[in-house]
Design a protein around this ligand. Structure first.
Ligand code: NAG
Ligand code: NAG
Length: 358
């Protein structure tokens, strides 16, 4: 900020004649901080910091840009040495804000788990948007873009959340066989995690209708019903997400609602001349330099890549499924979805879905 000082003085002189108010013929250099609405005033020049988006959602494994722009009013003819700092408050857990990166001119530095993954976009003057590439599993939370000019700073915050897909999951042992911990592990084994209520509610709004209660991350058991029916809590209840409330984590057993937001790599139906039993299915994916796909990976490919394949295939958990984005005759129900045959005996012969990390 050593360079900023003389500039401030110069500005003062230039602007004094037109913009500044006098008090008893004496210029009083106050700095009014407008308390976090993204602008400060100094010497009659106003620094605005703004973001067109308060929240951004993105898919894990992709890249994301968190917008932040600053400008001076009136516009300055000479560029200023403005320092940009990004902070991050994780969505999980409280704790202090962590440093993400700091940039001054062409020099910049990133911190912790962000090292090597973040940069400023700088597409136009005043663009301090943060680009994160690739986005990792723990990156959600509140980001704060701080612009520092001399002794002053102003900031805006941008929430980052994952766009994902929620899917119901049950144990190979049958319905309602999972304790909370088992449900959590079951989701993790499928490349996912337990869904939050907000995620389940968003999925319900997009049409998820499922008549079996599943654990959510907060320890409640709930299920989404968009078409009320007798078999599903009764016809007279309104559509909605129905809750059994907080349940006992070790004594109560339900299914699970898992959430995944990852498209790292590629999921594909392996072209193979023969149908395969489960053992062979695992084997041929390995021979193809891949792994047999997890349920969460298949859902993510269906939702975000539009994977559409009218062939049932083995998945890593011993279930058989296929993804349909363009419903058509002989490919299951009239709505898009991942069709499931459930868990099948391992000697039966099907195709296979593999997952390859590029
Ligand atoms: C970032 O993501 C967009 C799509 O969202 C893609 O077109 C672009 O190539 C990606 N950029 C990098 C550097 O990966
Ligand atoms: C699958 O087939 C192979 C022979 O290709 C056999 O050795 C294996 O036991 C079979 N696995 C199952 C689960 O039936």
């Amino acid at each position: 900020m050593r360079i900023a000082r003389p500039l401030l003085v110069l500005l003062h002189v230039v602007l004094e004649t037109r913009a500044l108010r006098y008090s008893n013929g004496y210029y009083y250099q106050t700095i009014e901080n407008s308390k976090g609405n993204g602008e400060i005033y100094f010497n009659g020049v106003r620094l605005h910091v703004e973001s067109p988006q308060m929240s951004v959602s993105a898919i894990q494994g992709s890249n994301v840009t968190l917008p932040c722009h600053y400008r001076y009013e009136p516009e300055l003819s000479a560029p200023r040495r403005t320092r940009v700092k990004w902070f991050w408050q994780p969505a999980t857990g409280e704790g202090r804000e962590k440093d993400v990166m700091v940039a001054l001119g062409s020099r910049h530095r990133s911190y912790g788990g962000f090292r090597g993954r973040v940069r400023l976009r700088r597409s136009v003057p005043g663009d301090a948007s943060l680009v994160i590439n690739p986005l990792q599993v723990d990156d959600t939370g509140r980001y704060r873009c701080e612009i520092i000019d001399g002794l002053e700073d102003e900031s805006v915050t941008v929430e980052l959340e994952f766009r994902g897909v929620v899917f119901p999951y049950y144990s190979p042992r049958g319905r309602y066989q999972l304790t909370y911990q088992e449900a959590k592990e079951a989701c993790e084994q499928q490349g996912a995690c337990l869904a939050t209520f907000q995620q389940l509610f968003a999925a319900y709004e997009e049409g998820l209708d499922w008549c079996n209660a599943g654990w959510l991350a907060d320890g409640t058991a709930q299920y989404p019903v968009s078409v009320p029916r007798e078999a599903c809590g009764g016809k007279e209840l309104a559509p909605g997400v129905r809750s059994y409330g907080l349940r006992h984590k070790t004594l109560d057993q339900f299914d699970a609602f898992c959430f995944t937001s990852s498209i790292r790599g590629e999921v594909y139906f392996l072209e193979h001349p023969l149908k395969l039993n489960f053992t062979e299915a695992v084997e041929v994916c390995m021979q193809d330099g891949a792994h047999i796909a997890k349920v969460g990976e298949l859902y993510a490919a269906w939702k975000f890549v539009g994977l559409d394949q009218c062939n049932a295939g083995w998945l890593a958990d011993g279930s058989v499924r296929y993804p349909i984005t363009r419903p058509r005759p002989n490919c299951g129900p009239p709505d898009p979805g991942v069709r499931s045959f459930g868990f099948l005996p391992h000697h039966l012969k099907y195709g296979v879905y593999c997952h390859k990390v590029r």
